[in-house]
Design a protein around this ligand. Structure first.
Ligand code: ASP
Length: 253
């Protein structure tokens, strides 16, 4: 029995964990509307998790605060799976992302992986870059100045000897890229809406721009997509984002 504890909005992650557990023959306690639970009465996260683990064998947690999953795991005796802690990490997404790369391109070592968009608030790229540091991949980070990859992650990967480079535009790196990992600019993370507006449409991947990319490469996205990949590109065989989502189900199983 899986307790699916979601304090934050999620469609894919929540439903894929549910589908994964049900396909394995288990069942799910879905807690999506935390405002209807004891949490809205002021219950702390450690108490909620310690309650749920009396009924469930594993807890999946999505929470708006960085470090929440680590806190829950400290108090819980049963396994806690981090399904996204604010702008922190999204480890199961990183597992399904690396699985996607292997499934689609056969290997990870030797590839050039370009992450594009919101690298500051995008938790998926934080987890993915850390996971990729276990391989011999080259990482390019393309973002507006205010959405750069956090320096602590760049430093952590440098110590491990990962080749990394930062850019403001996609042009210099698109033709060498084997995996283009596009992210959404996360409106909900901006305190100032003007800052969001200034960068929201900075990078749009469309069939025209993709003419300079390799024939054998893939475009990934953790979804949801807003405007950063044009709908016209969806028919291109290199568009791997819906296949990526399906792989996520199997990885979570
Ligand atoms: N679905 C991903 C996440 O939960 C990406 C996103 O929300 O943009 O982090």
């Amino acid at each position: 029995i899986l307790a699916n504890l979601f304090y934050d909005v999620a469609t894919r992650t929540s439903s894929s964990f549910t589908a994964a557990m049900e396909r394995l023959g288990g069942s799910v306690i879905p807690i999506n509307e935390v405002r209807y639970s004891s949490v809205s009465k002021g219950e702390s996260l450690p108490d909620t998790v310690r309650t749920l683990e009396c009924y469930a064998d594993v807890v999946v947690l999505r929470h708006p605060e960085v470090g929440s999953a680590a806190l829950a795991a400290k108090y819980a005796k049963k396994p806690v799976i981090n399904a996204g802690d604010g702008i922190g990490e999204h480890p199961t997404q990183a597992l399904l992302d690396s699985f996607t790369i292997k499934e689609e391109l056969g290997h990870i070592d030797g590839l050039t992986i370009t992450m594009l968009g919101d690298l500051k608030y995008g938790r998926t790229v934080h987890s993915l870059s850390r996971l990729l540091s276990l391989y011999k991949a080259k990482l390019n980070y393309v973002s507006p100045e205010i959405l750069r990859m956090p320096p602590e992650i760049i430093d952590e990967l440098s110590v491990k000897g990962v080749e990394q480079a930062e850019f403001n535009t996609i042009a210099p790196v698109l033709s060498e890229t084997d995996v283009l990992y596009v992210t959404r600019v996360q409106k909900e993370r901006f305190a100032d809406l003007a800052d969001y507006e200034s960068v929201a449409k900075a990078y749009v991947i469309d069939p025209e721009i993709m003419r300079s990319a390799k024939d054998r490469m893939i475009v990934m996205h953790p979804l949801p997509r807003v405007t950063e990949i044009s709908l016209e590109f969806d028919e291109d065989p290199r568009a791997a984002y819906f296949r990526q989502m399906e792989y996520g189900l199997y990885v979570r199983m």
